[in-house]
Design a protein around this ligand. Structure first.
Ligand code: IPE
Ligand code: IPE
Ligand code: MG
Length: 240
């Protein structure tokens, strides 16, 4: 068991490889996403048991709309199913759900499920479980620039008052979600070694970990061993 003080406070996960898992197992892509959902459930439990405070998962990017209507619809259908079957347990476990991204623009039933999950868990103070949904980092930064520009044009802020903190404040991880700290560790599964428009501002000093496991095959044990490996890294933040 890892010493609490060495643990990452915030772990973010790029859950990739559902499609390849489906192909490997000769099932539909949607079955792959369903298997991915089951893997996610186990990782949430594990993160909670380990005492990690923030877990963020990348569930749907602003670029994922390029996929077929069938796949996109299927993914949001799974989200509705997931909330219906898991919300009570998440709430019992004191998990607080947040969503990063333009979630109001997702299909109605999914947006309704999200709203319910946010409301139900709003006062919980256990694990902070953040779902990046219809999330893209460039969209997030563009949106922040617009908000700041409005303040400036209304005369509420001077251009030279804009600091790094101002930008952080208007990101999804800022004020509107009670300031989620930058991720200490970002894990990506499926062997791809890229960020794919995820938390570009927030990952400035994140540690990165890549594994070949396809997301549905990713286990709580592997999660724990990656976190364990992270605790041995030397983070310098530009210092010596
Ligand atoms: C990740 O798995 C889930 C989403 C992006 C929604 P993919 O569906 O990207 O799986 P691969 O990359 O095609 O294997
Ligand atoms: C990143 O995976 C997005 C999610 C995991 C939700 P993608 O499969 O969309 O990323 P690319 O296209 O391989 O970069
Ligand atoms: Mg992928």
């Amino acid at each position: 068991m890892t010493e609490k003080k060495l643990l990452p406070q915030h772990v973010a996960v790029i859950m990739d490889g559902n499609g390849r898992w489906a192909q490997k197992n000769k099932v539909s892509r949607l079955s792959g996403h369903n298997a991915g959902m089951l893997a996610m459930k186990e990782i949430i439990k594990k993160a909670d048991i380990m005492g990690i405070k923030y877990l963020t998962v990348y569930a749907f990017s602003t670029e994922n709309w390029k996929r077929s209507a069938e796949e996109v619809g299927g993914i949001f259908g799974l989200l509705v199913k997931y909330v219906a079957s898991e919300l009570a347990e998440l709430n019992e476990n004191n998990v607080k759900v947040s969503v990063l991204g333009d979630w109001r623009a997702v299909p109605g039933a999914a947006a309704d499920s999200i709203e319910k999950a946010l409301k139900t868990t709003a006062n919980n103070d256990g694990l902070r479980f953040n779902i990046a949904l219809n999330y893209g980092s460039r969209q997030e930064i563009t949106r922040a620039v617009r908000k700041i520009s409005s303040l400036v044009s209304e005369g509420c802020m001077m251009p030279d008052e804009i600091s790094e903190e101002t930008i952080s404040r208007f990101l999804y991880t800022g004020e509107e979600n009670e300031y989620i700290p930058d991720p200490d560790l970002i894990i990506r599964t499926s062997g791809e070694e890229r960020i794919s428009n995820f938390l570009l501002w927030q990952c400035a000093y994140s540690e990165l970990a890549f594994t070949d496991s396809l997301w549905p095959d990713f286990t709580p044990d592997e999660f724990e061993s990656i976190v364990e490996e992270y605790t041995g890294r030397s983070r310098r933040f530009g210092g010596r």
